[in-house]
Design a binder for this molecule. Structure first.
Ligand SMILES: O=C1O[C@H](COP(=O)(O)O)[C@@H](O)[C@H](O)[C@H]1O
Length: 254
């Protein structure tokens, strides 16, 4: 892990969620002030439930949010395995976010992974093209989870996608975690984000957090998330998850 990363550990998920909400709100304020919109990519799994502290919070400008997925399982949008379905049930169903600002995979392309990933990449091009001619899009914020094997988004240990240097969105059909067919943002896209926050909770994440933070040279997928500038990468974890970590913890402040 690069030394510029910051690790915040909280006694419980509720405190973590409140602080994460403050962090997201700050990112949103800065982005909306600068560009009038806030582009965020979120993950599935255990992450969406940590976003519920945003519900009813003063200052959230939901109409300025443009939500993408760090990864998505290639299943119908109302399938229980869908990351979109999970986020919709947990968050969108309770906040006034415009439907057209939620950028899902195209449900008509589920049978063709290559076309599906290309179409999602084009969705990103539409969102980011107006900004500049940068090689990769710059999300205002990407929220990532940490799998018990060190995967993040749908980037799995030892997978050839870890070496992807060109595509913005890639697909896999051999995910070791079901369901097997997925699309994912690639590492160059993740690493170009203005801010990246990992969220990991529970004692089950402790050995992997230790591997990523204290032994990054193992090269696990989450340890390959290395944005360029100081302070761009933060970890929001709870105390059970950070129990085995030697990496220095910082006091949460904005
Ligand atoms: O399959 C996935 O797993 C990771 C980690 O999930 P978690 O439940 O262990 O937090 C998640 O970040 C990713 O979006 C999801 O598709």
């Amino acid at each position: 892990m690069p030394t510029q990363s910051v690790l915040y550990s909280f006694p419980d998920t509720a405190t973590l969620s409140d602080s994460l909400a403050e962090y997201i709100l700050k990112a949103q304020r800065e982005s909306v002030d600068k560009r009038g919109r806030f582009s965020i990519a979120i993950s599935g799994g255990s992450l969406p439930k940590t976003l519920t502290a945003l519900i009813g919070k003063t200052g959230v400008k939901w109409d300025k949010w443009h939500i993408f997925y760090a990864d998505e399982r290639v299943v119908p949008l109302d399938h229980p395995d869908s990351n979109h379905h999970l986020a919709k049930n947990t968050l969108y169903s309770q906040v006034p976010i415009p439907h057209e600002n939620i950028h899902t995979i195209d449900p008509d392309l589920l049978d063709n992974l290559e076309e599906l990933a290309d179409a999602y990449e084009k969705e990103l091009v539409r969102e980011f093209a107006q900004k500049d001619s940068a090689r990769f899009p710059v999300f205002d914020l990407i929220l990532l989870g940490l799998g018990p094997d060190g995967h993040t988004a749908s980037l799995f240990p030892g997978h050839e996608l870890l070496s992807e240097e060109d595509r913005w969105v890639a697909y896999i059909e051999d995910s070791p975690k079901p369901p097997p067919r997925r699309i994912t943002l690639t590492l160059p896209v993740i690493n170009h984000a203005a801010r990246i926050a990992f969220v990991a909770t529970g004692a089950g994440k402790a050995p992997m957090l230790n591997a990523i933070l204290d032994n990054p040279e193992q090269g696990l997928p989450a340890a390959r998330v290395k944005p360029a500038a100081p302070g761009q990468l933060v970890w929001f974890v709870d105390d059970p998850a950070s129990a085995e970590v030697k990496f220095p913890k910082s006091e949460f402040k904005l």
